[in-house]
Design a protein around this ligand. Structure first.
Ligand code: CP3
Length: 357
């Protein structure tokens, strides 16, 4: 594309999604008018599809898949091709950030992530670097570029990262936890250390998300999976404070904040520089709309367990949810990631019910 006019056209066209065939998701995110509600599922890439498991079995493990851009792109496209969702989400994990900072993780079959080394004191924290996206996370950026090419404008691509607080819990706990008492202990015993670590995570995440946008991500979502374990005041200080920095630093694409369990922070999150707020299934839809106001798009929030019910119940519950959200400023999704043992046919039923509504 040598000609200056062509270059100008393509820049203009991609900014306004002229080249996107199905841009319902982006329009809904920005609060523009849509003909129908767009739909996708958190954790749609991997987990539920037999085609994912077949590919995964050929490899040494999850991390190899994440670090092989061609295969990560293939897995990203599977739900678009097989389920007909209105957005793709890049296949990766929130834990690539700790690894890029110098704290590698292992993914244990049926157990989930484990960090052999954790952050216990100032010395551990000081040894961590601020991640450089190109040199430390180039494999994700490459996967985004390949995916964008293969999507060829069919649907938008979502980039993502964990919220600093959720990443902090993994780096201090070394795994998931029921109480998160190690991470929470640090916040009370040595808040300055917790803040220093959170700031390093935030700086790394900003570098990473900026590069995801440059590589082609059309929207970015922040997953704060463990937001709900904190009291409101602590969430303001250790949670929202850092998400706010990310929202301010990432420009030119819409941003979604999904803070699971943080019903108490809905008003605060709605003040951030973001366009979409994710709701989990414990959050009342009408009340959330009142608290958040009309100027944000809401995403969610069907109980993932509804997908264990009969096809009839799935249709009924999905329609009930759609009615409560209304037909604008809503992106249909589950209230958390789809569970691994969900029947893909039930997932399709959910997607089709939204599309037909
Ligand atoms: O949404 C998508 O489909 C994109 C891919 C994606 C993965 N992880 C792939 C994955 C995304 C967005 C994530 C985010 C993630 N990872 C979160 C935030 C969202 C949430 O669910 O709250 C969290 C907390 C993690 C950490 C993590 N990664 C856990 C606890 C586990 C083990 C259990 C599981 O399956 O979730 C993972 C592994 C993981 N990440 C898998 C996949 C497909 C399964 C690994 C495998 O194939 O063996």
């Amino acid at each position: 594309m040598k000609c200056k006019q062509c270059q100008f056209f393509y820049k203009f066209a991609s900014k306004y999604n002229f080249t996107m065939k199905n841009d319902l998701f982006l329009r809904a995110a920005k609060g523009e008018k849509v003909e129908r509600t767009p739909v996708w599922l958190m954790r749609q890439a991997g987990r539920i599809l037999p085609q994912y498991r077949a590919l995964r079995e050929r490899l040494s493990g999850f991390i190899e898949l994440v670090k092989t851009p061609e295969l990560a792109a293939e897995v990203t496209l599977q739900p678009v091709n097989l389920l007909g969702v209105d957005a793709a989400i890049i296949f990766s994990d929130i834990l690539v950030i700790p690894e890029a900072m110098g704290l590698p993780y292992l993914m244990e079959e049926k157990k989930g992530p484990i960090f052999p080394k954790t952050i216990k004191n100032w010395q551990d924290m000081e040894q961590l670097k601020i991640a450089d996206a190109e040199s430390d996370l180039g494999y994700v950026l490459e996967a985004i570029k390949i995916t964008k090419k293969e999507l060829n404008g069919r649907v938008p691509l979502i980039g993502f990262a964990g919220a600093p607080f959720t990443i902090f819990t993994y780096m201090v706990e070394g795994a998931g936890s029921k109480t998160f008492s190690k991470a929470r202990k640090m916040m009370y015993e040595d808040p300055a250390l917790a803040h220093k670590l959170l700031q390093k995570i935030t700086d790394s995440t900003i570098n990473y998300l900026k590069m995801q946008v440059l590589a082609g991500a059309d929207l970015i979502q922040i997953f704060d999976s463990w937001a709900g374990i904190l009291p409101p005041e602590q969430y303001t200080e250790f949670g929202t404070f850092y998400i706010d920095q990310i929202c301010k630093a990432i420009q030119n694409v819409p941003k979604t904040i999904f803070a699971k369990g943080a019903f108490f922070a809905r008003k605060e999150l709605a003040q951030l520089d973001c366009q979409v707020i994710g709701l989990d299934w414990n959050m009342d839809i009408t009340e959330s709309r009142q608290i958040i106001g009309e100027n944000r798009t809401l995403q969610g929030n069907l109980d993932p367990c509804v997908l264990y019910a009969s096809f009839e119940t799935i249709r009924k519950e999905t329609r009930k949810m759609l009615q409560l959200f209304g037909n604008q400023r809503h992106i249909a999704n589950l209230g958390h990631g789809v569970y691994p043992d969900t029947d893909p046919e039930k997932v399709k039923c959910f997607i089709e019910t939204v599309k037909e509504f």
